[in-house]
Write a protein that binds this ligand. Structure first.
Ligand code: AMP
Length: 118
């Protein structure tokens, strides 16, 4: 069972922000912004590339609700999903990073300008 499934099952503790029957939002254990929340479906979905449109249609309003609960809806935020190896995905359970609470930097993310898959 993956680590986020264990959080859903209560086997591993998490600092929860919001949940409903299908989704859960909790604080990232290693925040990279003043507010850094992970938002996951409770059902195990490997990554963004394999999520169904039906699940995403329900996940979108949940993410918006989390942003509003944290008062980020007015100040702004960044939503990030790391998909697969090149995307830097470490936990193989779909999760959105909701980042905010400060003016975030926007910068190059690689050492060079190589676009190997283009
Ligand atoms: P990613 O690289 O997109 O797969 O991101 C995984 C994220 O999960 C990282 O930001 C980690 O800090 C975070 N993380 C890993 N384990 C836990 C945990 N037990 N509770 C909260 N966040 C976690």
């Amino acid at each position: 069972m993956c680590i986020f499934c264990k959080i859903v099952d209560g086997e591993i503790p998490a600092n929860k922000v919001l949940e409903n029957e299908e989704f859960l939002a909790f604080h990232d254990i290693n925040p990279i912004a003043p507010i850094h929340i992970l938002i996951i479906p409770k059902v195990h979905v490997e990554n963004f590339q394999s999520v169904s449109p039906e699940l995403m249609a329900k996940m979108t309003p949940f993410i918006q609700q989390v942003a509003a609960e944290l008062c980020l809806d007015k100040s702004g935020y960044r939503l990030v999903v790391n998909n697969g190896k090149d995307g830097g995905q470490e936990v193989p359970h779909l999760h959105f990073h909701l980042l905010g609470g400060a003016r975030l930097k926007w910068t190059h993310l690689t050492e060079d300008e190589t676009h190997k898959n283009l």
